[in-house]
Design a protein around this ligand. Structure first.
Ligand SMILES: [Zn+2]
Length: 76
């Protein structure tokens, strides 16, 4: 007997992660604080907060979230 192996015809899964916005905060040890707003690493659409799936591009956000790197122009 042969088994038919049909690949499921689902959309190609996109895996992505959130990149959180940061704001400068001189009082903080790091020099910034992390905002709840974040952008999808795949489609760069901003969201008010993290979601499991990007509502814009449908990416599965199962990769660890990161923080947007900000340039600190600290002059001595
Ligand atoms: Zn997206």
């Amino acid at each position: 007997m042969f088994e038919d192996y049909n690949e499921p015809k689902i959309k190609k899964e996109i895996h992505a992660y959130w990149i959180h916005d940061t704001a400068r905060d001189e009082a903080s040890i790091k020099g910034y604080f992390i905002l709840p707003t974040c952008i999808c690493s795949n489609c760069k659409t901003q969201q008010a907060s993290e979601r499991e799936i990007c509502p814009k591009c449908g990416a599965i956000m199962d990769k660890p979230a990161t923080v947007k790197t900000i340039k600190t122009n600290k002059k001595k």
